[in-house]
Design a binder for this molecule. Structure first.
Ligand code: ARG
Length: 580
Protein backbone atom coordinates (compact mmCIF):
# COMPACT_ATOMS: atom_id res chain seq x y z
CA UNK A 1 0.00 0.00 0.00
CA UNK A 2 1.07 3.52 -0.58
CA UNK A 3 0.84 6.29 1.98
CA UNK A 4 1.72 9.98 1.92
CA UNK A 5 5.31 9.48 3.03
CA UNK A 6 5.78 6.75 0.44
CA UNK A 7 4.67 9.15 -2.26
CA UNK A 8 6.93 11.85 -0.83
CA UNK A 9 9.91 9.53 -1.04
CA UNK A 10 9.01 8.47 -4.58
CA UNK A 11 8.71 12.09 -5.61
CA UNK A 12 12.09 12.89 -4.09
CA UNK A 13 13.74 9.98 -5.92
CA UNK A 14 11.99 10.85 -9.15
CA UNK A 15 13.06 14.49 -8.86
CA UNK A 16 16.70 13.49 -8.40
CA UNK A 17 16.49 10.99 -11.24
CA UNK A 18 14.84 13.55 -13.56
CA UNK A 19 17.91 15.79 -13.39
CA UNK A 20 19.76 13.13 -15.33
CA UNK A 21 22.82 13.89 -13.19
CA UNK A 22 22.75 10.86 -10.87
CA UNK A 23 22.46 7.25 -12.03
CA UNK A 24 19.48 5.45 -10.42
CA UNK A 25 21.55 3.03 -8.39
CA UNK A 26 23.25 5.87 -6.55
CA UNK A 27 20.12 7.60 -5.32
CA UNK A 28 19.85 6.86 -1.62
CA UNK A 29 17.63 8.84 0.67
CA UNK A 30 17.75 8.91 4.45
CA UNK A 31 16.08 10.64 7.33
CA UNK A 32 17.92 13.87 8.12
CA UNK A 33 19.27 14.51 11.63
CA UNK A 34 16.57 15.80 14.00
CA UNK A 35 17.95 19.36 14.08
CA UNK A 36 17.82 19.73 10.28
CA UNK A 37 14.67 21.46 8.99
CA UNK A 38 14.02 18.82 6.33
CA UNK A 39 12.15 15.54 6.00
CA UNK A 40 14.37 13.52 3.66
CA UNK A 41 17.99 13.94 2.67
CA UNK A 42 20.16 12.71 -0.14
CA UNK A 43 23.73 12.40 1.11
CA UNK A 44 25.67 12.85 -2.10
CA UNK A 45 29.06 11.41 -1.02
CA UNK A 46 28.93 8.14 -2.93
CA UNK A 47 27.36 9.57 -6.05
CA UNK A 48 29.80 12.51 -6.14
CA UNK A 49 32.76 10.17 -5.82
CA UNK A 50 31.57 8.08 -8.75
CA UNK A 51 30.92 11.17 -10.84
CA UNK A 52 34.28 12.68 -9.93
CA UNK A 53 32.75 15.75 -8.27
CA UNK A 54 32.96 17.01 -4.74
CA UNK A 55 29.76 16.38 -2.75
CA UNK A 56 28.76 20.02 -2.05
CA UNK A 57 29.22 20.76 -5.74
CA UNK A 58 26.87 17.92 -6.71
CA UNK A 59 24.32 18.85 -4.04
CA UNK A 60 24.38 22.46 -5.27
CA UNK A 61 23.95 21.48 -8.89
CA UNK A 62 21.01 19.22 -8.04
CA UNK A 63 19.32 21.89 -5.94
CA UNK A 64 19.53 24.19 -8.93
CA UNK A 65 18.12 21.61 -11.28
CA UNK A 66 15.15 20.41 -9.23
CA UNK A 67 11.83 22.21 -9.44
CA UNK A 68 9.09 20.27 -7.64
CA UNK A 69 5.79 20.01 -9.47
CA UNK A 70 2.93 22.17 -8.25
CA UNK A 71 1.01 19.25 -6.74
CA UNK A 72 4.07 17.58 -5.25
CA UNK A 73 4.46 16.79 -1.56
CA UNK A 74 7.94 18.26 -1.87
CA UNK A 75 7.88 21.90 -0.82
CA UNK A 76 11.54 22.78 -1.13
CA UNK A 77 14.94 21.43 -2.08
CA UNK A 78 18.01 22.92 -0.45
CA UNK A 79 21.66 22.03 -0.63
CA UNK A 80 23.39 22.04 2.73
CA UNK A 81 27.02 21.10 2.26
CA UNK A 82 27.13 17.57 0.87
CA UNK A 83 23.45 17.00 1.62
CA UNK A 84 20.46 17.68 -0.53
CA UNK A 85 17.56 18.33 1.82
CA UNK A 86 13.90 17.95 0.92
CA UNK A 87 11.10 19.44 2.99
CA UNK A 88 7.49 18.30 3.00
CA UNK A 89 4.74 20.66 2.01
CA UNK A 90 2.74 20.90 5.24
CA UNK A 91 -0.56 21.74 3.61
CA UNK A 92 -0.49 18.93 1.07
CA UNK A 93 0.77 16.57 3.72
CA UNK A 94 -2.05 17.41 6.10
CA UNK A 95 -4.66 17.03 3.36
CA UNK A 96 -3.20 13.64 2.40
CA UNK A 97 -2.82 12.32 5.95
CA UNK A 98 -6.26 13.41 7.16
CA UNK A 99 -7.81 11.89 4.09
CA UNK A 100 -5.96 8.61 4.57
CA UNK A 101 -6.86 8.29 8.24
CA UNK A 102 -10.48 9.21 7.63
CA UNK A 103 -10.82 6.85 4.72
CA UNK A 104 -9.06 3.86 6.26
CA UNK A 105 -10.19 4.34 9.86
CA UNK A 106 -9.23 1.22 11.85
CA UNK A 107 -7.15 0.02 8.88
CA UNK A 108 -4.99 3.14 8.79
CA UNK A 109 -1.38 1.97 8.96
CA UNK A 110 -2.15 -1.46 7.55
CA UNK A 111 -0.45 -2.83 4.48
CA UNK A 112 -0.73 -5.51 1.83
CA UNK A 113 2.95 -6.44 1.72
CA UNK A 114 2.18 -9.82 3.29
CA UNK A 115 -0.54 -10.79 0.84
CA UNK A 116 -0.25 -14.43 -0.13
CA UNK A 117 2.32 -15.16 2.58
CA UNK A 118 1.89 -17.09 5.80
CA UNK A 119 3.67 -16.55 9.11
CA UNK A 120 3.42 -19.13 11.87
CA UNK A 121 3.92 -17.73 15.36
CA UNK A 122 4.66 -20.12 18.19
CA UNK A 123 3.83 -18.24 21.36
CA UNK A 124 2.55 -18.43 24.93
CA UNK A 125 3.24 -22.18 25.05
CA UNK A 126 2.80 -22.79 28.78
CA UNK A 127 3.10 -26.18 30.37
CA UNK A 128 0.10 -28.24 31.36
CA UNK A 129 -0.54 -28.71 35.08
CA UNK A 130 1.67 -25.73 35.86
CA UNK A 131 1.05 -22.06 36.31
CA UNK A 132 2.33 -19.82 33.56
CA UNK A 133 5.69 -18.49 34.61
CA UNK A 134 7.32 -15.27 33.52
CA UNK A 135 8.66 -16.83 30.33
CA UNK A 136 5.14 -17.65 29.26
CA UNK A 137 3.80 -14.26 30.26
CA UNK A 138 6.33 -12.44 28.11
CA UNK A 139 5.88 -14.90 25.26
CA UNK A 140 2.11 -14.39 25.36
CA UNK A 141 2.29 -10.60 25.26
CA UNK A 142 5.11 -10.26 22.71
CA UNK A 143 3.73 -13.08 20.58
CA UNK A 144 0.26 -11.59 20.38
CA UNK A 145 1.68 -8.17 19.45
CA UNK A 146 3.69 -9.76 16.62
CA UNK A 147 0.58 -11.64 15.58
CA UNK A 148 -1.41 -8.40 15.36
CA UNK A 149 1.36 -6.59 13.51
CA UNK A 150 1.80 -9.29 10.87
CA UNK A 151 -1.92 -9.49 10.31
CA UNK A 152 -2.04 -5.75 9.85
CA UNK A 153 0.72 -6.10 7.27
CA UNK A 154 -1.54 -8.40 5.29
CA UNK A 155 -0.01 -11.75 6.15
CA UNK A 156 -1.99 -14.85 6.81
CA UNK A 157 -0.97 -15.45 10.44
CA UNK A 158 -1.22 -18.77 12.23
CA UNK A 159 -0.85 -18.56 15.98
CA UNK A 160 0.05 -21.82 17.67
CA UNK A 161 0.18 -22.32 21.40
CA UNK A 162 2.77 -25.09 21.67
CA UNK A 163 1.47 -26.47 24.95
CA UNK A 164 3.90 -28.48 27.04
CA UNK A 165 1.42 -31.32 27.45
CA UNK A 166 3.66 -34.34 27.01
CA UNK A 167 6.64 -35.87 28.72
CA UNK A 168 7.66 -38.06 31.61
CA UNK A 169 6.48 -35.62 34.26
CA UNK A 170 2.84 -36.49 33.59
CA UNK A 171 3.39 -39.96 34.98
CA UNK A 172 4.23 -38.36 38.28
CA UNK A 173 1.31 -35.95 38.08
CA UNK A 174 -1.07 -38.82 37.50
CA UNK A 175 0.46 -40.96 40.24
CA UNK A 176 0.09 -38.05 42.68
CA UNK A 177 -3.54 -37.45 41.74
CA UNK A 178 -4.41 -41.13 41.95
CA UNK A 179 -2.86 -41.17 45.42
CA UNK A 180 -4.26 -37.93 46.85
CA UNK A 181 -7.22 -37.04 44.65
CA UNK A 182 -8.04 -34.22 42.26
CA UNK A 183 -7.84 -30.70 43.63
CA UNK A 184 -11.10 -28.78 43.48
CA UNK A 185 -11.88 -25.74 41.36
CA UNK A 186 -10.83 -24.84 37.86
CA UNK A 187 -8.67 -21.76 38.13
CA UNK A 188 -5.02 -21.08 38.69
CA UNK A 189 -5.55 -22.24 42.28
CA UNK A 190 -6.28 -25.75 41.13
CA UNK A 191 -3.19 -25.63 38.93
CA UNK A 192 -1.09 -24.47 41.83
CA UNK A 193 -2.48 -27.38 43.88
CA UNK A 194 -1.49 -29.92 41.23
CA UNK A 195 1.93 -28.37 41.09
CA UNK A 196 2.23 -28.78 44.87
CA UNK A 197 1.12 -32.40 44.74
CA UNK A 198 3.69 -32.99 42.04
CA UNK A 199 6.45 -31.45 44.13
CA UNK A 200 5.41 -33.45 47.18
CA UNK A 201 5.36 -36.66 45.16
CA UNK A 202 8.74 -35.94 43.65
CA UNK A 203 10.17 -35.33 47.13
CA UNK A 204 8.77 -38.59 48.50
CA UNK A 205 9.82 -40.54 45.43
CA UNK A 206 13.41 -39.61 46.14
CA UNK A 207 13.28 -41.61 49.38
CA UNK A 208 10.95 -44.33 48.18
CA UNK A 209 11.83 -46.04 44.87
CA UNK A 210 8.41 -47.72 44.83
CA UNK A 211 6.81 -44.34 44.25
CA UNK A 212 9.20 -43.67 41.44
CA UNK A 213 8.28 -46.98 39.79
CA UNK A 214 4.63 -46.16 40.18
CA UNK A 215 5.10 -42.83 38.38
CA UNK A 216 7.06 -44.50 35.62
CA UNK A 217 4.31 -47.08 35.25
CA UNK A 218 1.72 -44.31 34.85
CA UNK A 219 3.89 -42.59 32.33
CA UNK A 220 4.03 -45.77 30.28
CA UNK A 221 0.29 -46.32 30.65
CA UNK A 222 -0.35 -42.81 29.42
CA UNK A 223 1.75 -43.46 26.33
CA UNK A 224 -0.06 -46.72 25.69
CA UNK A 225 -3.45 -45.07 25.92
CA UNK A 226 -4.66 -46.51 29.24
CA UNK A 227 -8.14 -44.99 29.82
CA UNK A 228 -7.56 -43.83 33.43
CA UNK A 229 -4.22 -42.24 32.57
CA UNK A 230 -5.67 -40.59 29.50
CA UNK A 231 -8.67 -39.28 31.37
CA UNK A 232 -6.60 -37.70 34.12
CA UNK A 233 -4.19 -36.26 31.60
CA UNK A 234 -7.07 -34.80 29.57
CA UNK A 235 -8.52 -33.36 32.75
CA UNK A 236 -5.22 -31.58 33.44
CA UNK A 237 -5.02 -30.29 29.87
CA UNK A 238 -8.55 -28.91 30.02
CA UNK A 239 -8.01 -27.42 33.45
CA UNK A 240 -4.88 -25.65 32.25
CA UNK A 241 -6.56 -24.34 29.12
CA UNK A 242 -9.53 -23.04 31.11
CA UNK A 243 -7.38 -21.37 33.74
CA UNK A 244 -5.18 -19.75 31.09
CA UNK A 245 -8.13 -18.65 29.01
CA UNK A 246 -9.20 -16.26 31.71
CA UNK A 247 -5.79 -14.56 31.53
CA UNK A 248 -5.80 -14.61 27.74
CA UNK A 249 -9.16 -12.84 27.74
CA UNK A 250 -7.84 -10.09 29.96
CA UNK A 251 -4.77 -9.69 27.75
CA UNK A 252 -6.75 -9.68 24.50
CA UNK A 253 -4.97 -12.83 23.37
CA UNK A 254 -6.59 -14.97 20.66
CA UNK A 255 -4.86 -18.20 19.87
CA UNK A 256 -5.67 -20.11 16.70
CA UNK A 257 -4.34 -23.55 17.60
CA UNK A 258 -3.46 -25.47 20.73
CA UNK A 259 -1.89 -28.50 19.11
CA UNK A 260 0.48 -29.08 21.98
CA UNK A 261 3.43 -31.44 22.13
CA UNK A 262 1.25 -34.54 22.50
CA UNK A 263 -0.22 -33.99 19.06
CA UNK A 264 3.12 -34.90 17.49
CA UNK A 265 3.65 -38.15 19.40
CA UNK A 266 2.55 -40.40 16.50
CA UNK A 267 5.00 -38.66 14.15
CA UNK A 268 8.07 -39.16 16.31
CA UNK A 269 9.21 -42.63 15.16
CA UNK A 270 9.15 -41.37 11.56
CA UNK A 271 11.19 -38.28 12.48
CA UNK A 272 13.81 -40.35 14.29
CA UNK A 273 14.06 -42.80 11.42
CA UNK A 274 14.39 -40.03 8.89
CA UNK A 275 17.20 -38.38 10.84
CA UNK A 276 19.00 -41.73 10.97
CA UNK A 277 18.43 -42.39 7.27
CA UNK A 278 19.73 -38.97 6.34
CA UNK A 279 22.80 -39.61 8.48
CA UNK A 280 22.38 -36.48 10.56
CA UNK A 281 21.95 -38.71 13.63
CA UNK A 282 23.32 -42.08 14.72
CA UNK A 283 22.36 -44.71 17.28
CA UNK A 284 24.99 -45.08 19.99
CA UNK A 285 26.00 -48.28 21.83
CA UNK A 286 23.38 -47.64 24.50
CA UNK A 287 20.62 -47.33 21.90
CA UNK A 288 20.15 -43.58 22.15
CA UNK A 289 19.77 -41.55 18.96
CA UNK A 290 22.32 -38.75 18.89
CA UNK A 291 22.34 -35.80 16.52
CA UNK A 292 25.79 -34.76 15.46
CA UNK A 293 25.84 -32.16 12.75
CA UNK A 294 29.59 -32.04 12.76
CA UNK A 295 29.65 -28.29 13.27
CA UNK A 296 30.29 -26.25 16.37
CA UNK A 297 26.91 -27.10 17.88
CA UNK A 298 26.88 -29.46 20.85
CA UNK A 299 25.34 -32.86 20.07
CA UNK A 300 21.85 -33.63 21.36
CA UNK A 301 19.42 -36.53 21.60
CA UNK A 302 16.31 -37.39 19.63
CA UNK A 303 15.74 -40.56 21.61
CA UNK A 304 16.96 -41.73 25.00
CA UNK A 305 18.38 -45.17 25.54
CA UNK A 306 15.11 -46.16 27.25
CA UNK A 307 13.43 -45.29 23.92
CA UNK A 308 11.74 -42.18 25.35
CA UNK A 309 11.60 -39.08 23.16
CA UNK A 310 12.47 -35.52 24.06
CA UNK A 311 11.41 -31.89 23.73
CA UNK A 312 13.76 -31.65 20.75
CA UNK A 313 12.17 -34.62 19.00
CA UNK A 314 8.73 -33.10 19.33
CA UNK A 315 9.97 -29.75 18.08
CA UNK A 316 11.40 -31.34 14.94
CA UNK A 317 8.07 -33.04 14.26
CA UNK A 318 6.27 -29.77 14.98
CA UNK A 319 8.39 -27.84 12.53
CA UNK A 320 7.93 -30.41 9.76
CA UNK A 321 4.20 -30.46 10.42
CA UNK A 322 4.00 -26.67 10.16
CA UNK A 323 5.93 -26.59 6.89
CA UNK A 324 3.63 -29.17 5.43
CA UNK A 325 0.37 -27.87 6.82
CA UNK A 326 0.74 -24.09 6.46
CA UNK A 327 3.49 -23.54 3.83
CA UNK A 328 4.80 -20.52 5.75
CA UNK A 329 7.44 -18.08 4.58
CA UNK A 330 8.41 -17.51 8.21
CA UNK A 331 8.08 -19.35 11.50
CA UNK A 332 8.63 -17.29 14.62
CA UNK A 333 9.29 -18.87 18.00
CA UNK A 334 8.62 -16.42 20.80
CA UNK A 335 10.53 -18.12 23.58
CA UNK A 336 12.87 -16.94 26.33
CA UNK A 337 16.59 -16.47 25.97
CA UNK A 338 17.53 -19.64 27.91
CA UNK A 339 16.29 -21.77 25.00
CA UNK A 340 18.61 -20.15 22.50
CA UNK A 341 20.77 -23.26 22.02
CA UNK A 342 17.71 -25.46 21.68
CA UNK A 343 16.48 -23.46 18.71
CA UNK A 344 19.88 -23.18 17.07
CA UNK A 345 20.10 -26.96 17.23
CA UNK A 346 16.55 -27.41 16.01
CA UNK A 347 16.95 -25.10 13.02
CA UNK A 348 20.31 -26.57 12.08
CA UNK A 349 18.99 -30.12 12.23
CA UNK A 350 15.91 -29.38 10.15
CA UNK A 351 18.03 -27.64 7.54
CA UNK A 352 20.53 -30.51 7.53
CA UNK A 353 17.57 -32.79 6.81
CA UNK A 354 16.91 -30.69 3.72
CA UNK A 355 13.86 -28.77 4.90
CA UNK A 356 12.93 -25.11 5.24
CA UNK A 357 15.54 -23.91 2.78
CA UNK A 358 13.61 -20.80 1.85
CA UNK A 359 11.69 -20.45 5.08
CA UNK A 360 12.86 -17.97 7.65
CA UNK A 361 13.13 -19.62 11.07
CA UNK A 362 13.46 -17.11 13.83
CA UNK A 363 13.83 -17.43 17.56
CA UNK A 364 12.45 -14.21 19.04
CA UNK A 365 14.29 -14.22 22.35
CA UNK A 366 13.34 -12.23 25.35
CA UNK A 367 14.88 -11.43 28.69
CA UNK A 368 13.54 -12.08 32.12
CA UNK A 369 11.35 -10.16 34.56
CA UNK A 370 12.76 -8.62 37.73
CA UNK A 371 10.70 -7.70 40.74
CA UNK A 372 10.67 -4.22 42.25
CA UNK A 373 13.80 -5.03 44.20
CA UNK A 374 15.70 -6.03 41.10
CA UNK A 375 15.49 -9.78 41.81
CA UNK A 376 14.56 -12.14 38.98
CA UNK A 377 11.19 -13.74 39.59
CA UNK A 378 11.52 -17.40 40.38
CA UNK A 379 9.61 -20.10 42.18
CA UNK A 380 12.72 -21.09 44.08
CA UNK A 381 13.28 -17.57 45.36
CA UNK A 382 9.66 -17.43 46.39
CA UNK A 383 9.01 -14.14 44.60
CA UNK A 384 7.23 -15.80 41.70
CA UNK A 385 4.17 -13.91 40.53
CA UNK A 386 1.26 -15.72 38.96
CA UNK A 387 -0.22 -14.06 35.94
CA UNK A 388 -3.70 -13.64 37.38
CA UNK A 389 -2.24 -12.13 40.56
CA UNK A 390 -0.05 -9.82 38.51
CA UNK A 391 -3.03 -8.58 36.52
CA UNK A 392 -5.16 -8.21 39.64
CA UNK A 393 -2.41 -6.25 41.32
CA UNK A 394 -2.08 -4.03 38.25
CA UNK A 395 -5.83 -3.48 38.27
CA UNK A 396 -5.84 -2.44 41.94
CA UNK A 397 -2.97 -0.04 41.48
CA UNK A 398 -4.46 1.43 38.31
CA UNK A 399 -7.69 1.93 40.20
CA UNK A 400 -5.88 4.37 42.46
CA UNK A 401 -4.51 6.21 39.42
CA UNK A 402 -7.98 6.48 37.91
CA UNK A 403 -9.35 7.66 41.23
CA UNK A 404 -6.83 10.45 41.18
CA UNK A 405 -7.14 11.36 37.48
CA UNK A 406 -10.92 11.21 37.26
CA UNK A 407 -12.63 11.19 40.65
CA UNK A 408 -15.99 11.97 39.06
CA UNK A 409 -16.42 8.85 36.97
CA UNK A 410 -19.09 6.39 38.12
CA UNK A 411 -17.62 3.48 40.10
CA UNK A 412 -18.34 0.86 37.43
CA UNK A 413 -16.57 2.93 34.82
CA UNK A 414 -13.63 3.47 37.16
CA UNK A 415 -13.33 -0.30 37.38
CA UNK A 416 -13.48 -0.73 33.64
CA UNK A 417 -10.87 1.97 33.10
CA UNK A 418 -8.66 0.49 35.84
CA UNK A 419 -8.72 -2.84 34.01
CA UNK A 420 -7.79 -1.21 30.69
CA UNK A 421 -5.02 0.85 32.26
CA UNK A 422 -3.71 -1.78 34.68
CA UNK A 423 -3.52 -4.62 32.18
CA UNK A 424 -2.26 -2.13 29.60
CA UNK A 425 0.57 -1.07 31.90
CA UNK A 426 1.74 -4.67 32.29
CA UNK A 427 1.63 -5.27 28.55
CA UNK A 428 3.26 -2.00 27.65
CA UNK A 429 6.08 -2.68 30.10
CA UNK A 430 6.76 -5.81 28.10
CA UNK A 431 6.62 -4.13 24.71
CA UNK A 432 8.17 -0.70 24.94
CA UNK A 433 11.76 -1.85 24.56
CA UNK A 434 13.76 -4.50 22.77
CA UNK A 435 12.42 -7.87 23.98
CA UNK A 436 15.96 -9.09 24.68
CA UNK A 437 16.22 -6.63 27.51
CA UNK A 438 15.02 -7.60 30.94
CA UNK A 439 12.01 -5.85 32.37
CA UNK A 440 11.35 -4.67 35.89
CA UNK A 441 8.03 -4.53 37.64
CA UNK A 442 8.46 -0.92 38.65
CA UNK A 443 4.87 0.06 39.29
CA UNK A 444 5.59 3.74 39.77
CA UNK A 445 7.05 3.99 36.32
CA UNK A 446 4.55 1.59 34.73
CA UNK A 447 1.60 3.54 36.05
CA UNK A 448 2.98 7.06 35.78
CA UNK A 449 0.70 9.48 33.98
CA UNK A 450 3.82 11.15 32.62
CA UNK A 451 6.54 9.43 30.64
CA UNK A 452 6.77 6.38 28.47
CA UNK A 453 3.93 4.38 29.98
CA UNK A 454 0.59 2.94 28.96
CA UNK A 455 -1.45 5.32 31.17
CA UNK A 456 0.19 8.37 29.61
CA UNK A 457 -0.69 7.27 26.09
CA UNK A 458 -4.14 6.05 27.10
CA UNK A 459 -4.78 9.32 28.88
CA UNK A 460 -3.82 11.32 25.79
CA UNK A 461 -6.24 9.21 23.78
CA UNK A 462 -9.02 9.83 26.31
CA UNK A 463 -8.35 13.56 26.07
CA UNK A 464 -8.97 13.43 22.33
CA UNK A 465 -12.22 11.59 22.90
CA UNK A 466 -13.32 14.07 25.52
CA UNK A 467 -12.71 17.04 23.21
CA UNK A 468 -14.61 15.32 20.40
CA UNK A 469 -17.51 14.59 22.78
CA UNK A 470 -17.65 18.19 23.94
CA UNK A 471 -17.56 19.44 20.36
CA UNK A 472 -20.38 17.10 19.43
CA UNK A 473 -22.40 18.27 22.43
CA UNK A 474 -21.91 21.92 21.52
CA UNK A 475 -23.15 20.99 18.11
CA UNK A 476 -21.49 23.86 16.30
CA UNK A 477 -22.47 23.73 12.69
CA UNK A 478 -20.01 21.74 10.63
CA UNK A 479 -18.48 23.61 7.73
CA UNK A 480 -19.87 22.96 4.29
CA UNK A 481 -18.14 20.28 2.27
CA UNK A 482 -16.36 22.85 0.13
CA UNK A 483 -14.88 24.48 3.17
CA UNK A 484 -14.01 21.07 4.56
CA UNK A 485 -11.61 20.56 1.68
CA UNK A 486 -9.79 23.75 2.59
CA UNK A 487 -9.45 22.94 6.26
CA UNK A 488 -6.09 21.14 6.05
CA UNK A 489 -4.58 24.37 4.74
CA UNK A 490 -5.26 25.93 8.13
CA UNK A 491 -3.11 23.46 10.06
CA UNK A 492 0.19 25.25 9.76
CA UNK A 493 1.20 25.82 13.38
CA UNK A 494 4.48 23.96 14.07
CA UNK A 495 2.73 21.84 16.72
CA UNK A 496 0.05 20.89 14.22
CA UNK A 497 2.57 20.09 11.53
CA UNK A 498 4.62 18.01 13.96
CA UNK A 499 1.55 16.01 14.93
CA UNK A 500 0.52 15.46 11.31
CA UNK A 501 3.99 14.24 10.42
CA UNK A 502 3.84 11.88 13.35
CA UNK A 503 0.51 10.46 12.13
CA UNK A 504 2.05 10.03 8.69
CA UNK A 505 4.74 7.80 10.22
CA UNK A 506 2.45 5.05 11.50
CA UNK A 507 2.50 2.93 8.31
CA UNK A 508 6.30 3.02 8.26
CA UNK A 509 6.49 2.11 11.95
CA UNK A 510 4.25 -0.92 11.42
CA UNK A 511 6.39 -2.13 8.51
CA UNK A 512 9.57 -1.66 10.49
CA UNK A 513 8.09 -3.48 13.48
CA UNK A 514 7.32 -6.44 11.22
CA UNK A 515 10.68 -6.43 9.49
CA UNK A 516 12.58 -6.30 12.79
CA UNK A 517 10.17 -8.44 14.82
CA UNK A 518 10.02 -5.44 17.08
CA UNK A 519 6.71 -4.34 18.59
CA UNK A 520 8.67 -1.61 20.40
CA UNK A 521 8.81 0.34 17.13
CA UNK A 522 5.03 0.67 17.31
CA UNK A 523 5.20 1.41 21.05
CA UNK A 524 7.70 4.17 20.30
CA UNK A 525 5.39 5.55 17.67
CA UNK A 526 2.52 5.62 20.21
CA UNK A 527 4.64 7.42 22.75
CA UNK A 528 5.94 9.98 20.26
CA UNK A 529 2.41 10.57 19.04
CA UNK A 530 1.19 11.16 22.58
CA UNK A 531 4.03 13.64 23.04
CA UNK A 532 3.28 15.43 19.79
CA UNK A 533 -0.34 15.55 20.87
CA UNK A 534 0.50 17.11 24.20
CA UNK A 535 2.60 19.75 22.40
CA UNK A 536 -0.39 20.47 20.22
CA UNK A 537 -2.74 20.80 23.20
CA UNK A 538 -0.27 23.10 24.90
CA UNK A 539 0.06 25.44 21.91
CA UNK A 540 -3.26 25.28 20.09
CA UNK A 541 -6.72 25.50 21.55
CA UNK A 542 -9.21 23.34 19.80
CA UNK A 543 -12.66 24.20 21.14
CA UNK A 544 -11.72 27.84 21.56
CA UNK A 545 -9.84 28.22 18.30
CA UNK A 546 -9.86 31.71 16.80
CA UNK A 547 -12.24 30.88 13.97
CA UNK A 548 -14.91 28.21 13.43
CA UNK A 549 -12.96 26.95 10.43
CA UNK A 550 -9.76 26.55 12.45
CA UNK A 551 -11.74 24.85 15.17
CA UNK A 552 -13.18 22.44 12.63
CA UNK A 553 -9.74 21.79 11.16
CA UNK A 554 -8.29 21.07 14.59
CA UNK A 555 -11.17 18.78 15.44
CA UNK A 556 -10.38 16.77 12.33
CA UNK A 557 -6.78 16.54 13.46
CA UNK A 558 -7.84 15.42 16.94
CA UNK A 559 -10.18 12.80 15.51
CA UNK A 560 -7.49 11.51 13.18
CA UNK A 561 -4.98 11.36 16.01
CA UNK A 562 -7.39 9.42 18.21
CA UNK A 563 -7.99 6.93 15.41
CA UNK A 564 -4.31 6.46 14.66
CA UNK A 565 -3.45 6.07 18.35
CA UNK A 566 -6.20 3.52 18.77
CA UNK A 567 -4.76 1.56 15.84
CA UNK A 568 -1.23 1.72 17.26
CA UNK A 569 -2.29 0.68 20.76
CA UNK A 570 -4.47 -2.05 19.28
CA UNK A 571 -1.45 -3.57 17.54
CA UNK A 572 0.23 -3.88 20.91
CA UNK A 573 -2.91 -5.46 22.30
CA UNK A 574 -3.76 -2.44 24.46
CA UNK A 575 -7.20 -0.98 24.75
CA UNK A 576 -7.91 2.71 25.17
CA UNK A 577 -10.52 4.26 27.47
CA UNK A 578 -13.08 6.76 26.28
CA UNK A 579 -12.69 8.70 29.51
CA UNK A 580 -9.96 8.82 32.05
N1 ARG B 1 6.58 -25.20 26.87
C1 ARG B 1 7.91 -24.70 26.65
C2 ARG B 1 8.45 -24.14 27.96
O1 ARG B 1 7.72 -23.86 28.85
C3 ARG B 1 7.96 -23.61 25.62
C4 ARG B 1 7.65 -24.07 24.23
C5 ARG B 1 8.16 -23.13 23.20
N2 ARG B 1 7.88 -23.55 21.88
C6 ARG B 1 8.53 -24.55 21.24
N3 ARG B 1 8.16 -24.85 20.04
N4 ARG B 1 9.50 -25.19 21.81
O2 ARG B 1 9.66 -23.98 28.09
Amino acid sequence: MEYALDRFEQQVRAAIAATGQVPDGLIEVTAPKPNIPADLAFPTFKAAKQLGMNPPQLAGALAQAIHPAADSLVASVVAAGPFLNFALDPVRLSAAVLEEVEELGPRYGSDDQGAGKTVVIDYSSPNVAKLMHVGHIRSTIIGQALYNIFRFLGYNVVGDNHLGDWGKQFGMNIAAIVRWGKPAGDGEDALAQIDKLYAQYARMAKEDPALDDEARAWSLKLEQGDPTARELWQWMVDLTLTANQHNYDRLGVHIDHNYGESFYEPMLPGVIQEALDKKVAYRDEGGAVVVDLGNSLPTFLLQRSDSGTLYHTRDVATLLFRLNEFHPSQILYVVGMPQELHFRQLFALVRAMGYAEDVELEHIKFGTIFDQHGQPLSTRRGNMIYLADLLNDAHQRARAVVEQASPDLPAAEKDAVAEIVGVGSVMYNDLYQDPRRNITLDWDRMLALEGNSAPYIQYMYARCRSILRKAAAEDIELPAAALNAQLPALLTHPAEVALLKQLARLPGAVREAGARYAPFVVADWCYETARALSGFYRDCSVLKAETPALRAARLRLVAATAQALLNGLGLLGLRAPERM
